[in-house]
Design a protein around this ligand. Structure first.
Ligand code: FAD
Length: 290
């Protein structure tokens, strides 16, 4: 690590402020490339270093360990360009905020699909990686192709529906970096501004506000993780500064200077109790690092 060649590298960099949970320790090294060329150079260098690596987007689905990350974190915030790429097509950098794509591109053009993306925090890269969305649709459904930087260098992949599913995809095995996604939109018949306002308002009314990662668990086939956790009587359960939200049981909040251990404690409790009560294994949507 002594030959570290970038001025945008920071040693012992605190990761908590880069995540919406706002917990966890520092990364041994964090890289903040300012454009694609720097990101590719940083990625290639990073892969030659020993130890774990992670790509960090908006940090809205990440839980960092209290001891921190004993490796290199590549932060995508500098990859924030959104530009036209042909008729009804836009190329969005992996670090551009998803909400910017929705509000600056989809709404003014009344493009379809706003219902699936409205109110999801984080970046375009994170949304593609997680195939973020709702029952109304998901990110990857709107993506024509992605540009990736992986162990085999820079390359493009054209998406087809067999490559993604519920909160996941197969075209970007970690630690591949999503440099950008090219979205192909279609004009909608209904008013997408009204759709946007409706779902933003619904989130305000139904989801707890505060430091969290959204849904902690994926919904098991045909059921809702929140319902199962609630049925176990766990709403409002506390560990240190963390609480299973009394508003929505699939949300675990950092209410009062929670540690990662507090939150993990509640995650494990939910898993154990739901397995005991219903014989159902809950799978995490939140990504815990390392
Ligand atoms: C209040 C709230 C509400 C939410 N609602 C929803 C919802 O309705 N639907 C939903 O699906 N999710 C929801 N989420 C979860 C989260 O917002 C999404 O998963 C989001 O897409 C994550 O994007 P991010 O940039 O924050 O990714 P991060 O949290 O930074 O990272 C998540 C994962 O993506 C990887 N990643 C990020 N960027 C890249 C990149 N450029 N290249 C490769 N890998 C990358 C990371 O390595 C990590 O594994 C919610 C979260 C919160 C806090």
């Amino acid at each position: 690590m002594h030959d570290m060649p970038f001025e945008f590298a920071k040693a012992d960099y605190p990761l908590a402020p880069l995540t919406l949970y706002n917990v966890g320790g520092p990364a041994r090294l964090a890289l903040f490339p300012r454009d694609e060329a720097e990101a590719c150079a940083a990625y290639a260098w990073m892969q030659r270093q020993p130890g774990p690596k992670i790509v960090l987007g908006g940090g809205s689905n990440i839980l960092v360990a209290d001891a921190g990350f004993p490796g290199i974190a590549l932060v995508t915030s500098g990859l924030d360009r959104i530009e036209p790429a042909g008729p009804d097509r836009y190329r969005a950098g992996g670090g551009a905020l998803l909400d910017r794509l929705v509000r600056d591109i989809m709404l003014p053009n009344n493009y379809a699909g706003v219902g699936g993306l409205a109110g999801i925090p984080g970046t375009v890269g994170g949304a593609i990686y997680m195939n973020a969305g709702t029952v109304n649709g998901t990110t990857c459904q709107l993506v024509e192709s992605v540009e990736l930087m992986g162990l085999e260098g820079r390359h493009a992949v054209r998406l087809d529906p067999s490559m993604y599913g519920y909160r996941g995809q197969t075209f970007c095995p970690p630690p591949t970096l999503i440099l950008s996604g090219t979205f192909r939109f279609e004009p909608a018949e209904d008013d997408q501004r009204a759709v946007y306002d409706h779902y933003i308002e619904r989130r305000r009314a139904r989801q707890p506000q505060g430091r969290c990662c959204g849904s902690v668990f994926k919904n098991p086939e045909g059921d809702h993780a929140g319902r199962l956790i609630e049925q176990c009587g766990l709403k409002g359960t506390r560990r240190g500064g963390a609480v299973i939200s009394p508003v929505h049981a699939n949300f675990i909040m950092n209410e009062d200077a929670a540690t990662c251990a507090d939150i993990r404690g509640l995650i494990d409790l939910c898993k154990r109790r739901v397995l005991e009560e219903f014989g159902i294994e809950l799978h995490e949507e939140v990504v815990t690092i390392p």
